[in-house]
Structures are given as structure tokens and as C-alpha cells.
Design a protein around this ligand. Sequence first.
Ligand code: GAR
Length: 210
Amino acid sequence: PLRIVVLVSGNGSNLEALIAGCATGEIPACIVAVISNRPDAHALERAARHGIPAVALDHRGFPTRAAFDQALRDSIDAHAPDLVVLAGFMRILTPGFVAHYAGRMLNIHPSLLPAYPGLHTHARALADGAAQHGASIHFVTSELDGGPVVLQGEVPVAADDDPARLAARVQRIEHLIYPRAVAWYAAGRLRLSNGHATLDGAAIVQPQRL
Ligand code: GAR
């Protein structure tokens, strides 16, 4: 089956959803390693609990971003993955790293891209009075949170939301859309070709929304 390496920095709830998707067969793939740039990430415990090799690679131990990215690349490639999945991985990646995994790296971002790339997406959506918010799965390109979007999950914003409440609602839909998009990739249905995401050979122009 297709081999996946998951990169994490924190809690790992999306990792957990992906592990579950592989276990049920929804995702025809196996997660062969989980790598965190933060040694204390709860995601590493989740991986270990499921018997998945869990690797801590602390970015603070490297003099430059490029040096960290080279070590990260070596660590990933030691597991010979077909797909790299960023699941709450909170480091900006160098262009060379991104190019090495072109067409075989997915990210989840907590907004309805192209709205709110970058950080603090929930607070920004609230400050704008947005009626809808959500999360996006996209191929990773050198443009930060700017690669072709594959699938989105939409949630309503409530009048009394604060960033934490809104984040929790977004996370519930993240746990639905990420396994689905990774399943598409694992089944050979999802590709990046000429800078466009395609599903079953057709360009994804307007991403599906859950
Ligand atoms: C998720 O909400 C994900 O969208 C976000 O981090 C959270 C990780 O949660 N990703 C980013 O902000 C990427 N810049 P998790 O560790 O429980 O999966």
C-alpha cells in the first residue's frame, strides 16, 4: 500500500483522524512514520500508541532553516514515502524542500483559502464578521498556503463565537475532509499536474465543500 509520512507540531487530532482512516480502510495507505519539530508534541504520543514510528527533530538544534530542512528531508526519505502529509506542522518550508516533494505533499490550513493564509485565522475571520469559515486541503507549493486547493470544509460562524469555539468547530470538519482528500490521493485519483489539482483526471476548479 501507499506509504505516508505525517509531519506534526502539536496536538495531532488530524493525525488521529488519518490513523483511523487507514485502520478502517477508508484510506488505502499506511502511515509509516510521524515526525515532529517539537519534541513535546502530543501527536508523537498518539503515533507511538498506535505503533507508528515517532520521530522528534527539534528545529532549535539547527543553525539555519536550510539545515533543518535538509535533516527533515533525510528523516522523511529514510521512510521512502509516496506522500507527505502536513497535519498541524507549524514551520515554513524552504523552496528546495517544497520542490523535492512537488505533487506529493498535502497541507491542511484552518481557513477557506484563499481567505486568511498565515496565522491567527480564526481571530481574523471573527474580526471581519465573516459568516462562514472553515478549513482547506491543498497541495503544497512555494507560495505559503497558496497551492491548489483540493477540498474544503465549511462551518457557520456563530454570533457569540470566540477564536477557541470557532477553532473547535473547524477542527471537527478538518477531521472529515483530511481523510477524504488523502484517500483520493492514495487511490490514485488526486494529482497535481501543470500546477493544477486534478480529481479523476479533471481539473479541480471550484473545490468541493463539505
Ligand atoms: C489544525 O487546525 C490545522 O488546520 C492547523 O493546526 C491545527 C492542528 O491541529 N494548521 C495550521 O495552522 C497550519 N499553518 P492538530 O494538531 O490537532 O491536528
